[in-house]
Ligand binder design. Structure first.
Ligand code: ADP
Ligand code: ZN
Length: 526
C-alpha cells in the first residue's frame, strides 16, 4: 500500500509516471525499514530513492551531503516542486539556522539536508533526538571509505549514527565505488544486513579509445575535425594546460573555452552557460568541471592526461552521451603522466592506496583486453563478451585459450584457502608474488617453511616465466577473475567469476603476451 502512495507522490511532486527500474525496489526496501546501499551512475535517479520515502513516511528524513552548493540546489529544486525541505550548514546566519530548526521541530519539514560536521556536533545530535526522523540518507557515501577516491575524514564520524539511532534505517548512496569501497561503506556505517542495489554501469553508447600521448594537439585537431559542430570536453591535469589548449584551439578556429578552479565563480558560471548553450561547445577543463552540470549532448570526452584512478576516469567520460546517442572518448596515455601523478600521490594522504589505484589506471591504459570488460569488472560487473566498441575490440590482439593457465592460478589460491585441500592448519591468503613462486615451484625459504610446497599446484606452472605469470595475473585482474586487496597486503582473492572458471568450466580468453611484452620492455628501458 505504501508503494501506491510512493507512486502517487512521484506523479504529484515530480510529474513522473513511473519509477525507473530499481528505484521502485529501493524505495520498497527503505519503506520496509531496511538499511539500503545504492550504487547507481550519475544521472541514474538516486535522489528520488530517499526523497519519495521521506515524503510518504511520517516524520522527516535527514540527508547528509558533503557539498554545500549541491545541497542548496537540491533544496531549491524540492521547494519548487512543493516539497518542504531545508538545509543547515555553516554558511548560514544563526538566525537562518534557528528558523530552519524551528520548522523541523514544528514537523513542517520532510527533508533536512546537513553537512556531516553539522550533523555530528553534539548540540545538533541532541536536537535530532527531539525530531521524528524516519530515515538517514548518506549521499556520496564513498566519502566514508579511506579506500574510496574522495575520502572525507569527517564522514568517518557517521559510524556513530547507528549507535545513536539503532531503529532508524540508513540509506547510503553513491555513483562511484568499487567492491572494496562498497564493503567498507557497509562496515563503516554499521549497516545491518543491508539490501544492496547495484545498477549496471555499462554505458554501451560510449566508445573507448586509448592512444599514445604523443603529438597530442595534432591528434586532437584530427579528432575534432572529424566531429564538426559537436560538443566535447578535454580534461587536463593542470590549469595552465587548459588555458594553453583553449587558446590553441581558438587559433585553429574552434569555439573553445577553458575552465578551472582558479577562476572566479562568475567567470566559471559564464563558461558553463556558454557550454550548455553551445556557444562555446568545447571546454578544456580540469576535473573541477562537470559536477552538477546537466548537458545531455556532450558527444566526446578527451583525457589529455591520464586520470589518477579508474573511478575518476569513468565519472568523467560518463559526462558524454547522457542522451544515449553514440559518443566517443579518447584517453592519451604516456608514461610521463604516470610519473607526474606518482609525485602528486606521494604527497597525499593514503599514499599506498592511491598508488595502487593509479597502478590499476595505468594497467587499463596498457591492457590489450576489451576495455569495457576491464572497466565493468572493476566495478564488480561482468560483461559476457567483448564489447565491440573499444579500440582493443576494433583492433584485436591475438587471443588464445587461457583456461588452463587461469585454472592453475585459481586452484592454487582456492586450495590454500581451504585447509582440507592444502593440508595446512588454517586457511591461507597470499599476495601475487608468493602465488607465482608457488606456481613456479620456487624453493624460497619462507615458502617451504610455511609448507606451501605441499599443495597440489606447487610447481604446476614452472614452464611459464615469472614475468609471464605477472602479465597473466594482470589479465586475470582486468577480467575480474581475481581481486587484489590493496588494503590487506595485496592478497589475492577469488571472485564469482573465478568460481565459474574453476567449477563451471567457463573458458578464459587471454591476449598473447607478445604485444604486451613489447610495451613492458619499452617501459623498463626508460
Ligand atoms: P543522480 O542523483 O543519480 O545523479 P538524480 O536523482 O539527480 O540522479 O536524477 C537524474 C535525473 O533523472 C533528474 O533530472 C531526475 O528528475 C530524473 N529522474 C529521476 N527519476 C526519474 C523517473 N522515475 N522518471 C523520469 N525521470 C526521472
Ligand atoms: Zn571492447
Amino acid at each position: 500500500m505504501e508503494m501506491k502512495q510512493a507512486q502517487a507522490a512521484l506523479k504529484k511532486f515530480f510529474g513522473y509516471d513511473s519509477f525507473r527500474p530499481m528505484q521502485a525496489d529501493i524505495i520498497q526496501s527503505v519503506l520496509y525499514g531496511k538499511d539500503t546501499v545504492v550504487l547507481m551512475p550519475t544521472g541514474g535517479g538516486k535522489s528520488i530513492c530517499y526523497q519519495i520515502p521521506a515524503i510518504v513516511m511520517p516524520g522527516l528524513a535527514i540527508v547528509v551531503s558533503p557539498l554545500i552548493a549541491l545541497m542548496k540546489d537540491q533544496v531549491e529544486g524540492l521547494n519548487a516542486n512543493g516539497i518542504p525541505a531545508a538545509y543547515l550548514n555553516s554558511t548560514q546566519s544563526l538566525q537562518e539556522q534557528m528558523r530552519v530548526e524551528q520548522m523541523a521541530r514544528n514537523g513542517t519539514l520532510k527533508l533536512l539536508y546537513v553537512s556531516p560536521e553539522k550533523l555530528l556536533s553534539s548540540q545538533f545530535m541532541g536536537f535530532v533526538r527531539m525530531l521524528q526522523v524516519n530515515l538517514f540518507a548518506v549521499d556520496e557515501a564513498h566519502c566514508i571509505s579511506a579506500w574510496g577516491h574522495d575520502f572525507r575524514p569527517e564522514y568517518t564520524q557517521l559510524a556513530t549514527l547507528k549507535d545513536n539511532f539503532p531503529q532508524t534505517p540508513i540509506i547510503a548512496l553513491t555513483a562511484t565505488a568499487d567492491k572494496i569501497t562498497r564493503r567498507d561503506i557497509v562496515h563503516q556505517l554499521s549497516l545491518r544486513e543491508p539490501a544492496q542495489f547495484v545498477s549496471s554501469f555499462d554505458r554501451p553508447n560510449l566508445s573507448l579509445t586509448v592512444a599514445p600521448g604523443q603529438k597530442k594537439f595534432q591528434q586532437i585537431l584530427r579528432f575534432i575535425g572529424q566531429r564538426p559542430r559537436q560538443s566535447g570536453i578535454i580534461y587536463c591535469l593542470s590549469r595552465k594546460n587548459t588555458e594553453n589548449l583553449a587558446k590553441k584551439l581558438q587559433e585553429a578556429g574552434y569555439r573553445a573555452a577553458y575552465y578551472h578552479a582558479g577562476m572566479s565563480p562568475d567567470e566559471r558560471e559564464i563558461v558553463q552557460e556558454n557550454f550548455i548553450k553551445d556557444t562555446a561547445p568545447i571546454i578544456c577543463a580540469t576535473i573541477a568541471f562537470g559536477m552538477g552540470i546537466d548537458k545531455s549532448n556532450v558527444r566526446w570526452v578527451i583525457h589529455y592526461n591520464l586520470p589518477k584512478n579508474i573511478e575518476s576516469y569513468y565519472q568523467e567520460i560518463g559526462r558524454g552521451g547522457r542522451d544515449g546517442l553514440p559518443s566517443d572518448t579518447l584517453l592519451f596515455y604516456s608514461y610521463a603522466d604516470v610519473m607526474t601523478l606518482r609525485d602528486i600521490v606521494d604527497e597525499s594522504a593514503q599514499k599506498d592506496l592511491q598508488l595502487a589505484k593509479l597502478n590499476r589506471m595505468q594497467q587499463y591504459a596498457e591492457a590489450k583486453t576489451c576495455r569495457r570488460k576491464i572497466l565493468l569488472s572493476y566495478f564488480g560487473e561482468s560483461l559476457g563478451k567483448n564489447c565491440g566498441n573499444c579500440d582493443v575490440c576494433h583492433n584485436p590482439p591475438e587471443y588464445f585459450d587461457g583456461t588452463q593457465i587461469a585454472q592453475m592460478a585459481l586452484s592454487a589460491v582456492a586450495r590454500l584457502a581451504n585447509p582440507q585441500h592444502s593440508g595446512l592448519s588454517k586457511p591461507v591468503q597470499i599476495a601475487t608474488g608468493m602465488l607465482i613462486d608457488i606456481l613456479r615451484g620456487s624453493s624460497r625459504v619462507d615458502l617451504i617453511q610455511k609448507g606451501y610446497n605441499n599443495i597440489r599446484t606447487y610447481g604446476a606452472g614452472r614452464d611459464i616465466s615469472y614475468l609471464d605469470w605477472q602479465l597473466y595475473l594482470q589479465q586475470m585482474l582486468n577480467l575480474g577473475l581475481i581481486e587484489i586487496a590493496y588494503d590487506q597486503g595485496n592478497i589475492v582473492r577469488l571472485t564469482d567469476e573465478s568460481m565459474r572458471v574453476l567449477f563451471e568450466g567457463q573458458p578464459v580468453e587471454f591476449t598473447k603476451l607478445t604485444d604486451l611484452k613489447e610495451q613492458f620492455q619499452k617501459k623498463t628501458e626508460k
